[in-house]
Design a protein around this ligand. Structure first.
Ligand code: MF3
Ligand code: CO
Ligand code: CO
Length: 255
């Protein structure tokens, strides 16, 4: 298995892509409110990407028809923005990927429209905590399984479940590079990390069972049992002592 190590100049370029992806994500999340349509979120993302001179990493990817993914309630990932009107209390996962100067940035978060019920807030917090636990372990000498196990442990300790069919990934000149970064696994297993590897870590956390299926539209992934789902994602560089998150958010945390 060949995992690219990025040079300092390449990491500098990925910082720019990551910052833009984070800015687009913030702009979209600010527009999540009861009464908004998911198409309005798509339009906001399109405008923000154009303003930054970036293009969507997702539009046209294997034929994906939109600039971002918007996944509501029991939708896990890859929801296609459209006519849907967001209701108060909806759990809304937004995934933004951009390509800028030949480098990808990929980041996601989940917010509630209006006031969330306590379980919705705990679900989102579990996704964020799991992401943070994995980021904290993304240092030279660690194994991918250390990150995977940290995600799984955090999520299951909170009483939720991790999705197994979709995984995090290496990222750089390509949106999805090696290695795969599953959200479940065993410490010490999988490829060993070196400083300069760039990863997108993305816990997908289900309120109840981990099983998911894909809608007839060929994209929308939803839980089989109707439980809600939350998604959080950062692009980062593995460091000798600590990871550097390239998609850090400026705005205040919603939950
Ligand atoms: N959710 C995926 C990721 O974060 C990418 C979505 S591809 C798309 O890696 F085509 F569905 F948008
Ligand atoms: Co993503
Ligand atoms: Co990703």
């Amino acid at each position: 298995m060949k995992i690219a190590i990025k040079t300092a100049a390449e990491i500098a370029a990925m910082r720019t892509s990551g910052r833009v992806a984070a800015r687009v994500l913030e702009a979209v999340c600010r527009r999540v409110r009861p009464g908004a349509t998911t198409r309005e979120l798509e339009e906001a993302a399109r405008e923000e990407m154009a303003r930054a001179g970036a293009v969507s990493a997702f539009f046209g990817y294997r034929g994906y028809p939109a600039h971002i993914c918007v996944s509501v309630n029991d939708e896990v990932v890859h929801g296609i923005p459209g006519d849907r009107t967001i209701a108060a209390g909806d759990v809304v996962s937004i995934d933004c990927g951009v390509l800028l100067g030949g480098w990808y940035g990929d980041t996601a978060r989940t917010v509630v429209a209006g006031a969330g019920d306590p379980t919705a807030l705990r679900l989102i917090r579990a996704a964020e905590d799991a992401l943070a636990a994995a980021v904290a372990r993304a240092v030279e000498g660690a194994h991918v399984g250390d990150l995977s196990a940290a995600v799984q442990r955090t999520v299951e300790a909170a009483g939720f479940s991790v999705v197994r069919e979709f995984v995090g990934h290496g990222i750089g000149r390509g949106l999805h590079e090696e290695p795969q970064v599953p959200n479940f696994g065993e410490p010490g297993q999988g490829p060993r990390l070196c400083a300069g590897m760039t990863l997108a870590i993305e816990p997908m956390v289900n309120e109840r069972g981990s099983e998911v299926r894909v809608d007839p539209d060929g994209w929308t992934v939803r839980t089989c049992d109707g439980g809600r789902s939350a998604h959080a994602e950062h692009t980062l560089v593995v460091g000798r002592d600590a990871a550097e998150v390239l998609t850090e958010r400026d705005g205040p945390d919603v939950v």
